[in-house]
Design a binder for this molecule. Structure first.
Ligand code: F6R
Length: 608
């Protein structure tokens, strides 16, 4: 959470820093701030609320500067307020921005108070400014001060700092929170996400844990954990501005929903050939490792976890492998037993989710055969720290609610189920059938997007309620859970999901005319049973909205029966999720919520 950006340039940097904050607003948006070096003083502006409010202050005050740092916040320690907003300062001399969490902040704060430092915020970050001030006085070097501070700090951090004594250099440090440098012409930048500076450069250096870098407009020096000079590779990435702007759509979420046919093509293209999945698409040697796999463990959070729950079913039916799925935040705390030849799979859009990374790191101490990530960001920590990976190629997902990331994760996980089956010499005919269905998937998703008009009819009936219940059975239960998550996070309507058979064991008590029930009824052996469960809802006055196979017919009274496009059964979880995304979006639109940046949430959850 939180986004930091810093720039040393031969031109004024105020505007470009604020523009970078706008691009990173998905990381946190409860307050923002900037510190700009002005030779004899440092201009320090902060605002509670979105970055636009900081920009308004900048427009009014017009501070000029060639060296600065800025921050957009997602509160962890201390409410969103101007005093808690970054940058934090020490004695008007050192200013810092920080993304991450300092775990030993209580004891460090007490030590610094004894040293005479005063605190004006409730954050864990302010002490970093004081530590740097203390050690700068001792060492007369911000790089050395940063190393001394690092010895004290426990936790995760990306830090950028400036000092009143130096109007041309800034210092950054990284440990377990993303941070990269951007090499521009006559300027060097640092940011939490390449998106923040993609308009200024395509050349990035991804810092490693333990790195400290000193940056000026002309040059940069990187030092590693042992304080030795480090040569880090420059990575060229072309992030088009089209990918990071809304175009004619009202929200990024809407754009990302309608991008899904293309996004899925990019996940699948070049990874299947003829009637099978290609070898080694998860990395060199992956097919050989897959042949040894006897068990699969998935860890992920939120929407990515739902993708994992669908995939567990595929691993079982296509690759004939047992699979366990855990919340990444819970996995370490159940003392998991690891069977021989187990494969650990992480799933993540950002590749920076702290709980998922922590689970991966924990797994390294256990006896796993190998680790693999399905991830959308090739430069992310998960991608770097896993043995094998498959990038979903969905392009930047900026709306906080995950849509195209989920759909492409499912396509990637299907490729994994096929690869595992292939390496284990299983089910060639079924593999051929699924590969064919994957080729048709973008077209089927495009057809499902045409259900928008039907969702527009249903949306007002959900928007005026306070609760909603989603029902699915089997592989559709995680899709029901994903539907409920999407609705609650962007419309703030309380929504829950149940396997339909569980209804009569308790939740049926909730059913009345104020409880809309959204059910998924694909054609399969489970549809018949599900329909009986839905009759139980109807008999109690509940309104039914049923997404169903064209062969399913039932009287839904005042509700709606929506017939879904026909497709291979293995593709149905992906396709049935599409109208649920549209429904949530249209409901949220009617309720006037902040769809791309829902309250209390942030896109990249880099704290545990
Ligand atoms: C919900 C949503 C979150 C994320 C979760 C994991 O719409 O986006 O539940 O899925 O925070 O994030 P990643 O996939 O980046 O690890």
């Amino acid at each position: 959470m939180c986004g930091i950006i810093a720039a040393a340039s031969s031109r004024n940097v105020g505007k470009l820093l604020v523009r970078g904050l706008h691009k990173m607003e998905y990381r946190g948006y409860d307050s923002a701030g900037i510190a700009l070096h002005q030779d004899n003083s440092i201009a320090h502006l902060r605002a509670v609320g979105k970055v636009q409010l900081l920009e308004d202050k900048m427009i009014a005050e017009k501070p000029k500067s060639k060296l600065g740092i800025a921050h957009t916040r997602w509160a962890t320690h201390g409410e969103p307020s101007e005093l808690n907003a970054h940058p934090h300062k020490s004695k008007d001399s050192v200013y810092i921005v920080h993304n991450g969490i300092i775990e030993n902040y209580v004891e460090l704060r007490e030590e610094l108070i004894k040293d005479g430092y005063e605190f004006s915020s409730q954050t864990d970050s302010e002490l970093i400014a004081h530590l740097l001030d203390l050690y700068y006085k001792e060492t007369k070097s911000m790089v050395n001060a940063m190393y001394k501070a690092k010895e004290k700090l426990d936790g995760a951090y990306a830090i950028a700092a400036i000092n009143i004594d130096d109007n041309s250099n800034l210092v950054v440090a990284r440990n377990k929170s993303p941070l990269l440098l951007g090499i521009g012409s006559d300027e060097i930048l640092a940011a939490s996400d390449p998106i923040a500076i993609a308009e200024l450069t395509n050349d990035f250096i991804f810092l490693e844990d333990g790195d400290v870098a000193e940056i000026s407009a002309e040059t940069y020096k990187i030092f590693d954990n042992t304080k030795s000079k480090a040569n880090r590779e420059i990575t060229h990435i072309d992030i088009s501005t089209q990918a990071t702007s809304k175009g004619d759509y009202r929200h990024f979420m809407e754009k990302e929903i309608y991008e899904q046919p293309e996004a899925v093509s990019k996940t699948v293209d070049g990874r299947i050939g003829g009637e099978d999945v290609l070898d080694n698409i998860f990395g060199l040697g992956s097919s050989d490792i897959f042949a040894k796999v006897e068990r699969v463990q998935i860890v992920a959070c939120g929407t990515s976890l739902h993708a994992g729950r669908v995939a567990a079913n595929w691993f079982s039916s296509i690759a004939e492998l047992p699979c366990q799925v855990d919340y990444a935040s819970e996995y370490r705390y159940r003392n998991p037993h690891v069977d021989q030849n187990s494969l650990l799979i992480t799933i993540s859009q950002s590749g920076e989710t702290a709980d998922t990374l922590a689970a991966l790191n924990y797994s390294k101490e256990r006896d796993y055969l190998s680790s693999l990530t399905i991830c959308n960001v090739p430069t992310s920590s998960l991608a770097r720290e896993s043995d094998f990976s498959l990038f979903t190629n969905a392009g930047p997902e900026i709306g906080v609610a995950s849509t195209k990331a989920f759909t492409t994760q499912l396509a990637g996980l299907m490729l994994l189920a096929l690869s595992l089956a292939k390496s284990r010499g299983l089910n060639p005919k079924l593999r051929g059938r699924i590969v064919k269905a994957l080729r048709l998937l973008p077209e089927t998703i495009a057809e499902a997007l045409l259900l928008k008009d039907k969702m527009l009819e249903i949306a007002p009936n959900i928007a005026n309620k306070n609760n909603a219940l989603f029902l699915g059975r089997g592989i559709f239960y995680p899709i029901a859970k994903e539907g409920a998550l999407k609705l609650k996070e962007i419309s703030y309507i309380h929504a829950e999901a149940y396997p339909a058979g569980e209804l009569k064991h308790g939740p049926l008590a909730l059913i009345d005319e104020n409880m809309p029930v959204i059910a998924l009824a694909p054609e399969s052996e489970i549809a018949e049973k599900l329909i009986s469960n839905l009759e139980e809802v109807k008999a109690r006055g509940g309104t039914l909205y049923v997404m169903a196979d064209p062969s399913v017919n039932m009287d839904v009274k005042s509700g709606s029966l929506v017939h879904m496009p026909k497709c291979d059964f293995f593709m149905t979880p992906i396709v049935y999720n599409i109208p649920l995304q549209i429904l949530s979006y249209e409901v949220a639109l009617l309720r006037g919520t902040d769809i791309d940046q829902p309250r209390n949430l942030a896109k990249s959850v880099t704290v545990e």
